[in-house]
Design a protein around this ligand. Structure first.
Ligand code: C2E
Ligand code: CA
Ligand code: CA
Ligand code: CA
Length: 281
């Protein structure tokens, strides 16, 4: 490392500078994104073994006129660090609930449909007024909370489990469901899971991706599924890209799926059409 240290350092510094400017640009642009209507939600179908629609996951998209389309993996962390995640998260929740209401009233949702899933950032969740904020949105949009599935991550369960459980219980009393997203990748203690009002575990796509050639991934999924059965929780696999993956998952007891094999995330207009025609994926 020492021989090319000098040029390596310059290269590194340039990269760092570039990164810092990009980030600053993004941070500024993100401040305006909400008021300028640059955010949109897309919805990815969740299906049962027959391919019937059982749910939708709302996923946020940012179309910046200056920076182009920026994936959530890039701007969500910045929104979290800057606190913008709070208004952004509220926008996502409101928009998703309004859309759910519209589907229920206009196109109709199939009988098999259970929940609209919404991602909640740990920063959002940790706010004192989180529960009130969510209940306010339900009230404003007239949505039935039992059609809402909040996706939280394991890592947010580690800190202050008592307050986490209390918030979840309050929302659960209104009918809200909770799923643990990216299950298996975080640090949650299984002992805690028992005390939380959870409905579902979401098997992370990294395990699904390796299911055919990594015996460990297969074993992990197998373990998650039998554990979930014990705890009377549902399991959904995400990132299902092939029929083969679906079949392996089915053979070990998974009955809910989400992934490109069934459908990519869809714009609401595209989904409207699909819902009006048939809801098989
Ligand atoms: P996630 O919650 O784990 O969402 C699943 C991601 O996997 C989505 O990426 C989805 O488009 C993608 N995906 C779905 N099926 C497949 C598949 O078969 N193969 C592969 N390779 N990918 C698949 P996306 O939309 O880019 O979102 C990335 C992450 O950004 C999400 O991961 C979530 O953590 C975060 N995110 C997205 N929308 C929101 C939001 O509204 N609020 C918050 N707080 N986070 C969000
Ligand atoms: Ca998710
Ligand atoms: Ca996930
Ligand atoms: Ca993920």
């Amino acid at each position: 490392a020492k021989e090319n240290g000098r040029s390596g350092f310059h290269f590194y510094r340039n990269e760092m500078q570039q990164y810092a400017t990009d980030r600053l640009k993004m941070e500024k642009a993100l401040h305006h994104a909400l008021e300028r209507n640059e955010l949109r939600l897309v919805y990815q179908p969740q299906v049962n073994s027959k391919g019937e629609l059982i749910g939708l996951e709302a996923l946020v998209r940012w179309f910046s006129p200056e920076l182009g389309m920026i994936p959530p993996n890039r701007f969500i962390p910045i929104a979290e660090e800057t606190g913008l995640i709070v208004p952004l998260g509220e926008w996502v929740l409101t928009e998703a609930c309004q859309q759910l209401r519209a589907w229920q009233q206009v196109t109709g949702l199939p009988e098999t449909f259970k929940c609209l899933a919404i991602n909640i950032s740990p920063y959002q969740f940790s706010r004192e007024d989180f529960v009130d904020q969510v209940l306010k949105v339900f009230e404003q949009t007239q949505v039935d909370p039992s059609y809402i599935d909040l996706e939280i991550t394991e890592n947010m369960l580690v800190e202050n489990i008592k307050s986490v459980a209390a918030k979840m219980q309050r929302l659960r009393q209104h009918g809200v469901h909770f799923s643990i997203d990216d299950f298996g990748t975080g640090y949650s203690s299984l002992r805690y899971l028992k005390y939380l009002p959870l409905s579902q575990l979401k098997i992370d796509q990294s395990f699904v991706r390796d299911i055919s050639d990594d015996p460990n991934s297969y074993e992990i999924i197998h373990t998650i599924i039998s554990m979930a059965k014990h705890m009377k929780l549902s399991v959904i696999a995400e990132g299902v890209e092939t029929l083969f993956e679906k079949e392996v998952l089915t053979s070990i007891g998974c009955t809910r799926y989400q992934g490109y094999h069934f459908s990519k995330p869809l714009e609401k207009q595209a989904l409207n059409l699909q819902l009006l025609q048939s809801s098989h994926f």
